[in-house]
Design a protein around this ligand. Structure first.
Ligand code: NAD
Length: 313
């Protein structure tokens, strides 16, 4: 008996490293013709893009106007992760190309790293890793300390639950009244959160409003010696003002997973801990994000084909 032929065939290009389970799922789809080129150079991408129906990326491939201009058949761009910084979303929309991502897939990974950074500040872990003898200063415990969360979306909410498990008192602030509404935490205005928190953690996107949210003025009002954790985006914090606040002792420590312009200066500081954007870098998060995005992309291709079959086929 002849094999059942798929009605449509979609050409899908994967141009960044994707979890093997996600690639396996794509390979198993009868209507997908897959090309996997996880380190495709830009020139080759500009060549290849004209022939594909969908492009799947992570953070490496830059999908800008020049790429989109050549994307004659492209219907969908999928980002296996949250941030769309490497995709020109406006240019894609203008060409009728859907841009999809997998926003919740890495929330737990980033939230766990946030707790890790808090513990690293509290117990001087970088110093302890280097030390051969006991440290000369005591660490502090998270239990009983007041944590202020700015942003109660997917990551902030998950941090709230983990921090409650540590026995912290958790305060939360979000511009959306409904964000994190089911959390058993205290919702407070930003001013109160600033004054009361012993640990502050930011979980907002980078927007015109959040750029420099934690600036010199903000840092004047914080509780003396506050620890600041930033797994959101570097520019949410004015790092110039932060350095001053660290020097003045108003900020007791800064831990960030998001590289910024000032990181060369911050790196040598004894009360600063920096990780190179590893928040989403877990096996579980990459698998979840990969599977979610391939399924969304193929569903979108099938929808588009059913709604408007090419050439009446
Ligand atoms: P989300 O969209 O689920 O939540 C963001 C929350 O911030 C929303 O509830 C929103 O209402 C709130 N918000 C927006 N502007 C605000 C403001 N001015 N003040 C207070 N609250 C405000 O996003 P998420 O999945 O929780 O991710 C948060 C951020 O974490 C992302 O935007 C990204 O920048 C960062 N992130 C970092 C990594 C990493 O590897 N370190 C990985 C994923 C995401």
């Amino acid at each position: 008996m002849a094999p059942v032929m798929a009605r449509f065939r979609f050409r899908v290009l994967v141009s960044d490293p994707l979890h093997p389970d996600a690639l396996g799922w794509l390979q198993a789809q009868p209507d997908v013709e897959l090309s996997v080129q996880p380190d495709i150079p830009r020139e080759a991408l500009l060549e290849a893009i004209g022939a594909v129906d969908a492009l799947i990326v992570r953070g490496r491939t830059r999908v800008d106007a020049a790429v989109l201009q050549r994307a004659e058949r492209l219907k969908v761009v999928g980002r296996a992760g949250t941030g769309l910084d490497n995709i020109d979303v406006e240019a894609a929309r203008a060409r009728g190309v859907r841009v999809l991502n997998a926003p919740g897939a890495n929330a737990n990974a980033v939230a766990e790293l946030t707790m890790g950074l808090m513990l690293a500040l509290a117990r001087h872990l970088p110093e302890a890793f280097r030390a051969r003898e006991k440290l000369q200063r005591y660490g502090r415990e998270l239990q009983g300390r007041t944590l202020g969360l700015i942003g109660l979306g997917r990551i902030g909410s998950r941090v709230a639950r983990l921090a409650l498990g540590f026995g912290m008192r958790v305060l939360g602030y979000d511009v959306l009244p409904e964000a994190g509404r089911d959390l058993p935490i205290e919702r407070v205005p930003l001013d109160a959160l600033k004054r009361e928190s012993e640990v502050l953690s930011v979980h907002v996107p980078l927007t015109a409003e959040t750029r420099g949210l934690i600036d010199a003025k903000f840092l004047r009002d914080v509780r003396e010696g506050v620890w600041l954790v930033n797994t959101a985006r570097a520019d949410v914090v004015d790092e110039e003002a932060l350095l001053e606040a660290l020097e003045a002792g108003r900020v007791g420590g800064y831990a960030a997973d998001v590289p910024g312009d000032k990181h060369q200066t911050l790196r040598g500081h004894p009360r600063v801990i920096l990780t190179p954007h590893i928040g989403a870098q877990t096996e579980e998060a990459q698998r979840r994000a990969g599977l979610e995005i391939v399924q969304k992309v193929v569903a979108a291709l099938r929808d588009a084909a059913t709604a408007a079959p090419r050439g009446g086929a």
